[in-house]
Ligand binder design. Structure first.
Ligand code: ATP
Ligand code: MG
Length: 365
């Protein structure tokens, strides 16, 4: 994918991605222009500083940077500040910043990073459209797993370069503060976090999961989830009521994933209440019961509610009416519940509220 190459390769300062054995796996164009071709990063370091580099890379401490002599293309020895960042897959990202006055360069760098982030975001937007089309096709051909595979592929491609850019912006943030432009970094970091959230959701939905299923009492599951919301409810001045009518309702589930569903639904309920400005008494009712060999969990809110046209589109990936919503929450919920042999049903009335009903098969010996 283009993003991957363009982001790492076009970093305005020399940037290298290496593995534990110092092998160079990728580098920015500016690195290729400035340094001789080599398979190993160690060769680019002046012999008098090689041990220091090894110690720096081996130290588990978050040493910010190290100053090293490096040998350039035309055999000049230059001092560079070398920053390190370990990405989630264990690769080492090294940023080599020339040790000189560089506020002009930071300006240029910033502009370039901002345009890269714009690229990422427009790539995400265009993927959003692609996803909608693919979802249509997938429904027709009954191959919903295509979406999962595609999501995993995209997430994989975007995540690594995002780590690079994020790390880099964090590193230059203090310098931006010096020239009074710290907010640029903040905006860029916020955008990256948002992109990361989207990718995280995708990965979560798309990754093939180990079987983490266990027997659990539905009431306990709900109680455990609600602990997360006790303080939030007070903070937002809303009431969360419960009604447990599901004595010994045992289900065989991956409780982490079902909790993820409940969390998504409660989050939506809170947001729907906040949107319903007419309603000063926000209330969420969580009810459990047993019906037809099924354990049922209801999540009812007195929020803004929905028109029928909205209800019809609820589970489409990326469908969102919120300014900052990703529209992934409910499509992920549906997938999880279906993977458990269950069902999710919605009823809603504009301005009155919404009820989500989750049905899960009861565990039988
Ligand atoms: N309880 C609710 N009351 C009213 N509308 C809701 C409710 N739950 C979901 N919706 C509608 O469904 C849409 C999709 O919800 P979904 O959770 O998938 O995405 P989102 O909340 O917009 O974004 P996010 O990915 O951050 O969850 C919402 O934008 C909202 O319009
Ligand atoms: Mg949501």
């Amino acid at each position: 994918m283009i993003i991957n190459n363009s982001l790492i390769e076009q970093m305005p300062f020399p940037c290298f991605i290496i593995n534990d054995d110092y092998c160079i796996l990728d580098m920015s164009i500016s690195a290729a222009q400035r340094f001789p071709t080599s398979n190993t990063f160690l060769d680019l370091i002046h012999y008098s500083h090689q041990t220091e580099l090894q110690e720096f890379l081996n130290s588990s401490q978050e040493t910010n940077f190290i100053e090293l002599k490096m040998t350039t293309n035309n055999n000049l020895v230059v001092f560079m500040q070398v920053y390190k960042l370990i990405s989630h897959d264990g690769l080492i990202h090294l940023f080599c910043i020339p040790n000189e006055k560089y506020s002009d360069e930071i300006y240029n760098l910033l502009n370039s990073v901002r345009s890269k982030i714009t690229d990422i975001n427009s790539e995400l937007v265009s993927n959003k459209q692609k996803f909608a089309e693919i979802k249509e096709a997938a429904i027709l051909s009954d191959q919903l797993s295509t979406i999962g595979q595609l999501a995993a592929g995209i997430a994989h491609e975007i995540r690594n370069p995002l780590t690079t850019v994020k790390g880099f912006i964090q590193l230059i943030k203090p310098h931006l503060a010096e020239i009074g432009k710290e907010e640029y970094a903040t905006i860029a970091l916020d955008e990256i976090s948002r992109a990361n959230d989207i990718i995280y959701e995708f990965l979560n939905a798309a990754k093939p999961k180990k079987n983490n299923k266990q027997m659990i009492d539905v009431n306990k599951l709900v109680k455990d989830t609600l602990i997360l919301y006790e303080s939030e409810a007070i903070l937002r001045n809303l009431e969360i009521d419960t009604s447990y009518n599901c004595e010994n309702g045992m289900v065989y589930i991956d409780s982490k994933r079902i909790k993820q569903v409940l969390v998504n639904l409660i989050k939506n309920a809170i947001e729907a209440i906040e949107e319903n400005h007419k309603n000063e008494h926000g209330r969420i009712l969580i009810k459990t019961e047993i019906a037809d060999k099924k354990a049922v969990i209801f999540i009812q809110d007195n929020g803004i509610g929905m028109e029928d046209e909205i209800v019809e589109q609820l589970f489409t990936p990326f469908f969102s009416t919120k300014e900052t919503g990703t529209g992934i929450g409910l499509s992920v919920c549906k997938k999880i519940i279906e993977q458990h042999g269950g069902k999710i049903i919605v009823t809603s009335q504009p301005n009155l509220g919404t009820t989500f009903e989750i049905q899960l098969p009861l565990y039988e010996n």
